[in-house]
Design a protein around this ligand. Structure first.
Ligand code: ADE
Length: 411
């Protein structure tokens, strides 16, 4: 039964409350923002996955004086109860789970209509639309590998007209969010979609970037035999020395019980792979866009297609073999699962909040183009993450500092 309005708000606020209770770093920033109001008079448009952790970010920015607008960065990753909760808190939120391509576009349009000073993006769709329509902002922040690849291409073409902060490549983002976040949440999505066992299965991970490393390590931890596919020779060697088998995809699919794509590129699995794929193979994507599994090829090759669970479609080929596509080939971790664990998003969204503040204070001094998160902000989040976990570490003595700086000075 659908939630009544107030029930949805209450459940949404419970989910947001749980997330906030485990996001010590962001909540510390929120308390400071509330006192200092760094965003007073500023409009922030956010295109992010609309779920509980994202709500905590939106509320922290609002506490800092911002007029916050939020739309979905993917049609399948919205939590409708969280949307109800956010609307009850005065955050203009345009998102619905399973929304159409037109509604998705409408969300992007609404974010631009709000006339933002700052854009917070996940995948660079809002930045691309703003640039295309000749808009200008103080700056933007981006949290995905895919989004940063797109921003760098815009910068190279001379199209990026403002400073864009590359949150993805901050140490406190990619080392944890991309690796442990994607590692755990991808498995969460696969469990929820299938209710099947990982142990004893042969799992193929396509792409051995930070996300692929996380997924491969978690699959191995659960007892899968893991094969990695790569196009980058160094990453392929790295995967091999980490103990994984490395194969071309055309060979790997013949053994695979489960394939997870995390390359950021299109056509990782196409007709030629489906033609020789092991019977019963599960297909999951954890890359940003739904282009890694060629679902058109899959549909064309299949003689029968039906939905067998809420997030599982069965495709039967002419020879009787079957393949199972999870979450329509969209981000499995947020479409079928609950996204990255809360404490991981705490670090990522702390960096987003601090980077947005940095743009407000210093954005006008920055040249157009892609900029790294300032080291002191990365360090600040690292120290706060240790403190949140009650971990103490050593400090260099004055003698040690002199020793190290003598090497740096070449003396
Ligand atoms: N939750 C909110 N944003 C997310 C993201 N980019 N990845 C995974 N989980 C998330």
């Amino acid at each position: 039964m659908a939630d009544s309005g107030t029930e949805a708000v209450d459940r949404g606020m419970d989910k947001i409350g749980w997330a906030r209770a485990h996001m010590d770093i962001l909540e510390g920033i929120r308390a400071r923002f509330k006192k200092e109001l760094p965003f007073r008079g500023k409009t922030l448009s956010l295109v992010l996955h609309v779920e509980a952790k994202t709500a905590a970010l939106a509320l922290a920015l609002k506490a800092g004086g911002a007029d916050v607008h939020l739309a979905a960065s993917n049609p399948l990753t919205t939590d409708d109860q969280v949307v109800a909760g956010l609307l009850s808190q005065g955050i203009d939120t345009l998102a619905k789970k399973g929304e159409s391509a037109q509604d998705y576009q409408h969300g992007i349009d609404a974010m631009l209509a709000a006339d933002p000073d700052i854009i917070i993006d996940d995948g660079a769709d809002l930045v691309a639309a703003a640039l295309q329509r000749g808009r200008t902002v103080i700056g933007s922040t981006e949290e995905t590998t895919t989004g940063v690849v797109r921003l760098r291409a815009m910068e190279k073409d001379g199209k990026l007209r403002w400073p864009a902060i590359d949150v993805n490549d901050a140490t406190m983002k990619h080392l944890f969010d991309n690796r442990y976040g994607t590692g755990q949440s991808t498995l969460d999505g696969i469990f929820t979609a299938t209710n099947l066992t990982i142990a004893g299965r042969t799992a193929v991970v396509a792409g051995y970037g930070w996300c692929g490393k996380g997924v491969a390590s978690r699959l191995r931890g659960l007892g899968a035999e893991v094969i990695v596919t790569e196009v980058d020779p160094a990453k392929a060697v790295e995967a091999r020395l980490e103990g994984f088998r490395v194969l071309p995809m055309l060979d790997a699919v013949k053994e695979a019980d489960l394939i997870v794509t995390v390359t950021g590129c299109l056509d990782v699995l196409t007709r030629k792979h489906f033609a020789v794929m092991k019977d019963g193979c599960l297909l999951a994507n954890s890359g940003h866009f739904d282009v890694e599994v060629n679902t058109k090829d899959l549909a064309r090759l299949a003689v029968r297609h039906r939905k067998v669970r809420p997030m599982v479609e069965e495709f039967t080929f002419r020879d009787g073999r079957k393949a199972y596509l999870l979450a329509e080939g969209r981000l499995v971790n947020l479409s079928a699962g609950q996204g990255h664990p809360v404490e991981i998003m705490d670090m990522s969204f702390a960096l987003q909040a601090l980077s947005a503040e940095y743009l407000v204070t210093s954005g006008k001094k920055l040249k157009p183009g892609v900029h790294a998160v300032p080291q002191e902000l990365d360090d600040q989040v690292a120290s706060a993450a240790l403190q949140a976990r009650g971990i103490k570490i050593d400090r260099l003595s004055e003698t040690q500092k002199r020793y190290l700086s003598s090497w740096q000075e070449g003396t």
